[in-house]
Design a protein around this ligand. Structure first.
Ligand SMILES: O=C(O)C(=O)C[C@]1(C(=O)O)C=C[C@@H](O)C=C1
Length: 292
C-alpha cells in the first residue's frame, strides 16, 4: 500500500484526499505540522504528500508554496480542488443569555488554522469581534484543543468530520464568506503515480528573469501568448536571496510534452530566463462532496 502524508487527522486535507484517492490503495499517515508532511516524503518515509496550496477566498497559502519551491524537490503528481465548508464548533453556553443579535457573544477565543479568518471574515466581523483568534497547526487540531478545554468560551472553526470525531457540537454550519469556497490541493512525490483518468492536464513552472529590465515579463508572457498556451495562474514571489528579486510561479493549462509548450520554454530560456519545472500532472475538480 502506498503511504500518503497529510495534515491530520480529521482535517480538510484528509477529507479531500480520502474522497479523491479512496480507501483501498492508500494508507493515510497524519502529521501535525505541514513541514513534517513535506519531510515525510522527502525522507522516503511516505510515497506522497498532500499540500493545500490555494483557496478561493484567500489565494495562495504562501508558507506551503515556499516549502514546495525552496525546501524540497518533490514533483507535483496531481492537483484536486475540493469544496470546503467551515463550521463553528464548540460547547454551547451553559446558561444562555438572551442576546438576539449575537448568539456567540460569549466566545472569547477561536482556535483554527491561520488561513481560516480570511475564509470566514464576514462571520468574524458579525459574531466574533470580541474573540481572540489563535492560530494552530490545522483546523482539526483547533477542534481537538477546544474539546480538551471543555469551555464554552473557547470555540474552533473546522470540518464537520472533526466535530463528529471529537464529539463536540457544531454551533453553526457553513460560516465561510461564500458557499462555493474551494481549496486546491497538490499531491507531490518522487515517483510517478497511477491515478484516475482526467481530461485536464496542467504544468507548473518557475521562471526567474535574468535582470530587472523593461518588458522582461512581457517577453516571457508573449512566448506563451502567440502559441495560444493558456496560463491559469501567474504570481510573483520573492527569490529570498535579495530584496526586490522575484521569480514567477506559473500554472499552464496543458501537458509538458506538448510541442508548443516545449518551444515556449526554450524561447524563455533563450532570452536568458531560468526555468524550473515543478510538475506536469492531471487536474481534478470536485464540485460536491458526493461526487465520486
Ligand atoms: O487545517 C486543515 O484542515 C487543512 O487541511 C489545511 C487547510 C489549508 O491549509 O488551506 C486546508 C483547507 C482549508 O482551506 C483550510 C485549511
Amino acid at each position: 500500500m502506498k503511504k500518503v502524508a497529510l495534515l491530520g487527522p480529521n482535517t480538510f486535507s484528509e477529507e479531500a484526499t480520502r474522497h479523491f484517492l479512496g480507501e483501498e490503495a492508500f494508507e493515510y499517515v497524519p502529521f501535525k505540522l505541514i513541514s513534517d508532511v513535506f519531510m515525510a516524503t522527502a525522507s522516503g518515509e511516505t510515497d506522497l504528500s498532500v499540500i493545500p496550496i490555494e483557496n478561493t477566498l484567500e489565494g495562495s497559502v504562501h508558507l506551503h508554496v515556499d516549502w514546495l519551491v525552496h525546501e524540497v524537490d518533490l514533483p507535483i503528481r496531481a492537483e484536486y480542488v475540493f469544496p470546503i465548508d467551515m463550521n463553528l464548533i464548540g460547547f454551547p453556553q451553559p446558561n444562555p443569555e438572551p442576546d438576539a443579535s449575537n448568539p456567540y457573544s460569549h466566545i472569547r477565543k477561536v482556535l483554527s488554522h491561520h488561513v481560516v479568518p480570511a475564509q470566514c471574515s464576514k462571520f468574524f466581523k458579525k459574531y466574533l469581534s470580541g474573540a481572540e483568534f489563535e492560530a494552530v497547526s490545522s483546523t482539526a487540531e483547533g477542534v481537538r484543543l477546544a474539546t480538551v478545554q471543555n469551555d464554552s468560551t473557547v470555540a474552533a472553526i473546522g470540518p464537520a468530520v472533526a466535530a463528529a470525531s471529537y464529539k463536540v457540537p457544531i454551533l453553526q454550519k457553513e460560516i465561510q464568506d461564500h458557499k462555493d469556497n474551494m481549496t486546491r490541493f497538490l499531491l507531490v512525490g518522487k515517483e510517478a503515480e497511477e491515478l484516475p483518468e482526467s481530461d485536464k492536464m496542467k504544468t507548473t513552472i518557475l521562471v526567474t528573469l535574468p535582470e530587472d529590465y523593461p518588458g522582461a515579463l512581457h517577453q516571457v508572457l508573449s512566448a506563451f501568448a502567440w502559441r495560444r498556451i493558456n496560463l491559469s495562474k501567474i504570481e510573483s514571489k520573492p527569490t529570498k536571496k535579495k530584496l526586490g528579486n522575484y521569480y514567477f510561479y506559473i500554472d499552464i493549462q496543458g501537458a509538458l510534452d506538448s510541442v508548443l509548450l516545449q518551444a515556449a520554454i526554450q524561447e524563455i530560456e533563450a532570452i536568458g530566463c531560468q526555468s524550473r519545472i515543478l510538475g506536469s500532472y492531471p487536474s481534478y475538480l470536485f464540485t460536491s462532496k458526493s461526487e465520486a
